[in-house]
Structure formats: structure tokens, C-alpha cells
Ligand binder design. Structure first.
Ligand code: NDP
Length: 329
């Protein structure tokens, strides 16, 4: 095993500022774990943006290798579940927050955090999906579990040009839903329609406080932004239907009333990808591999080097990244 690899390392200075630097590390620098993986690709999610820039309290201890997801090949394993040569993907579990993460050529982790790469998906495709796509799949599954079906009418996706949003648009369209995409970037309209959106809703239509109950428009919704937009979405979902909430790109508050819940029986389904139990992970990954074509994945993702990560981390927090960003290691 070649001993040296590149890693993005975060340190904190005396003033509490986060500093990000690409360094050469060796395998002996890696933390404990029963499986060592040669990471070929990682990706940039909103949470990575918060971690790398230090603009959110994501990193629990320094020095830290960020990167909340990665894909690669097992090189060493003390676990009976994995052999050298196995292709694996990892998202969540506090990796890149409390434990060293994927923005490095090698990672050592607990075997129970890994998912074998499902049939039909390669490592690049797995990182085009990453935490964002996995979360989008969990949102679609949550809506289905709440009984939302295509005949209920269009499903609204907020933050549609982002990683989770764009994957949700593609996955909902594939599942037969009509998709309405909320975006603050009209220049992305054609791209969102290519991904499967049939309606574009300008973000400004949802940013002002609405009435507690508006007319019933949406068969369901995937919300990645929270705040006033989520409150307004709740007010306009059809009777008995559901909203899957997973994000806070627009804020952590929820200035809503209980009316949608008690007068329309609306269900608000929280979605968490980090601690999601393994059986649900495997189910979601198998469906992602089945539902998304290689063409769709390359349409949604751009590729960058490790050295470009600090700049893209700034960009994603400014809402300037479209779709997914794969990091080649
Ligand atoms: P991105 O930055 O890729 O996407 C967020 C999108 O939200 C932007 O592209 C933009 O879309 C929209 N947006 C940004 N700022 C605002 C704003 N102020 N008001 C309204 N809309 C805004 O992030 P990700 O897709 O990686 O993540 C989305 C959210 O989901 C984040 O909050 C993230 O933390 C959360 N998340 C949660 C997970 C979980 O397990 N619960 C897992 C993964 C992500 P547009 O330009 O089209 O309007």
C-alpha cells in the first residue's frame, strides 16, 4: 500500500478561525478503525461548506479531515464483512464532523458505517449522488410512506438547483410525479426541466409570510430550505398529504401555525441522513442505483480537485453551486 496521500486538513487558530490546507499525510496518521479505504472520490455538500469555511459549528475537534461522504476501494480490513478490493460508499455517521472524513486519498473508518457499492453504480456515480442524493431519496421514500402518489398532483421541491433539490427533482420525476421546482436562479430553468421539472416556481413567490392556510396546490413537497418558505409550503399542501423536511439553507426557524396539521391533516416528515439505520441506507442506495442513469448523474455533477475545495465551500454557502460537485482524489 502506498503510504503517502493528499488530504485537506482543517485547523483552528487562536482566534477560533478555521484554516484549510492540502497536506501530505501517511497511513500511520489515520485514526483507528477496522477498515481502510483508498478514497477515489468525495463530494461537497452544504455541510462541507460550513465545515471547511468554519461558518457553521460542524467540526467537533481539530485537526480534522472534512468530507461527509466518500467512495473508494477497501485496501485493508479486520472486518469479516469487507475484503480488500471491495467498492464501498460512506455517508454521514459524523464522518467529516467528529471523525476524519472523505476529503483525503485514504480513510480509516468503522465497517458498520460503510455500504457496499450497489450493483449498477460506480464510484463516480456514487459521489454524484453522495449525501445530497441519498437524502433526496430518503425524502422521496418518506413521501411515499405517507401515502403521496402521482395522482395527488405536483410535488414541490424547494432549493431545487442545489444538491438535494436537484436530485429530488430527478428522483421524483423518475417515480412518476409531476415536479414543481422552486428556485431563486431563473437561469437554471432549462436545466431543471431537463432533470424532470414541469413547472418552475420563482423563489420570491414563497418568501413573504402567507396566510396560515392558502389554496391547496401541492400533492406533497420536499423542503431543503426551512424558514418562511417551509411555513408557506405547509400552508398550500393538499389535504392529508405530506412534506419531507431535510434542510436549513434558508434558515432554522419555522414561522408556521398548527392549522395545516389540525385542519388539513398535513404530515411534516423530518428526514435525517446522518444516523439513518443501515437497512434503510441499503434500500435507498439500491433504489438510487436503479433509478438514476449515468447520463443523469453526469448532467447533475461537476468535478473539481482537492485544491479547489476551499473556494467551492465558499460558493456553496452563497447558493452559487448548481447540482452536485464531485472531488477527484
Ligand atoms: P446546496 O447549497 O447545494 O442547495 C441549497 C439550495 O437552496 C441552493 O442551491 C438554493 O437553490 C437554495 N437556497 C440557498 N439559500 C437560500 C435562501 N436563503 N432561501 C431560499 N433558498 C435558498 O445544499 P445541499 O443541497 O447540499 O443541502 C441543502 C440543505 O439540506 C442544507 O441546509 C443541508 O444542510 C441540508 N441537508 C440535510 C441533510 C439531512 O440529513 N437532513 C443531508 C443533506 C443536506 P436555488 O438557487 O435553486 O433557489
Amino acid at each position: 500500500m502506498s503510504d503517502s496521500f493528499k488530504a485537506l486538513v482543517l485547523e483552528q487558530d487562536d482566534a477560533g478561525k478555521t484554516l484549510a490546507e492540502v497536506r501530505d499525510l501517511t497511513v500511520s496518521d489515520l485514526p483507528e478503525g477496522d477498515v481502510t479505504v483508498r478514497v477515489s472520490h468525495s463530494s461537497i455538500n452544504y455541510k462541507d461548506g460550513l465545515a471547511v469555511t468554519g461558518k457553521g459549528k460542524i467540526v467537533r475537534k481539530f485537526p480534522m479531515v472534512p468530507g461527509i461522504d466518500f467512495a473508494g476501494t477497501v485496501v485493508e480490513s479486520d472486518s469479516p464483512d469487507y475484503q480488500p478490493g471491495d467498492a464501498v460508499v460512506l455517508t454521514g455517521w459524523g464522518v467529516g464532523e467528529r471523525y476524519w472524513g472523505g476529503l483525503a486519498g485514504m480513510a480509516r473508518v468503522k465497517s458498520e458505517w460503510l455500504v457496499p457499492l450497489p450493483e449498477g453504480l460506480d464510484v463516480v456515480g456514487a459521489m454524484a449522488i453522495g449525501t445530497a442524493g441519498f437524502t433526496a431519496m430518503l425524502c422521496v421514500m418518506a413521501l411515499e410512506e405517507a401515502g403521496v402518489v402521482p395522482d395527488d398532483g405536483p410535488v414541490l421541491v424547494t432549493g431545487a438547483s442545489g444538491g438535494v433539490g436537484s436530485m429530488a427533482v430527478a428522483l421524483l420525476a423518475k417515480a412518476g410525479f409531476e415536479v414543481a421546482a422552486v428556485t431563486g436562479r431563473p437561469e437554471n430553468e432549462a436545466w431543471l426541466r431537463e432533470l424532470g421539472a414541469t413547472q418552475i416556481v420563482p423563489r420570491e413567490e414563497l418568501t413573504e409570510p402567507a396566510r396560515p392556510l392558502e389554496s391547496e396546490k401541492w400533492g406533497g413537497a420536499v423542503d431543503t430550505v426551512g424558514g418562511q418558505i417551509l411555513a408557506n409550503v405547509l400552508a398550500s399542501v393538499r389535504y392529508g398529504k405530506a412534506v419531507a423536511a431535510c434542510g436549513l439553507a434558508g434558515g432554522i426557524d419555522l414561522p408556521a401555525t398548527v392549522f395545516p396539521f389540525i385542519l388539513r391533516g398535513i404530515r411534516l416528515q423530518g428526514v435525517d441522513s446522518v444516523m439513518c439505520p443501515k437497512p434503510m441506507r441499503e434500500k435507498a442506495w439500491a433504489r438510487l442505483a436503479r433509478d438514476l442513469s449515468a447520463d443523469q448523474l453526469s448532467e447533475v455533477a461537476e468535478r473539481i480537485s482537492l485544491e479547489q475545495v476551499p473556494q467551492v465551500a465558499e460558493d456553496i454557502l452563497k447558493g452559487q453551486v448548481r447540482g452536485r460537485v464531485i472531488v477527484d482524489l
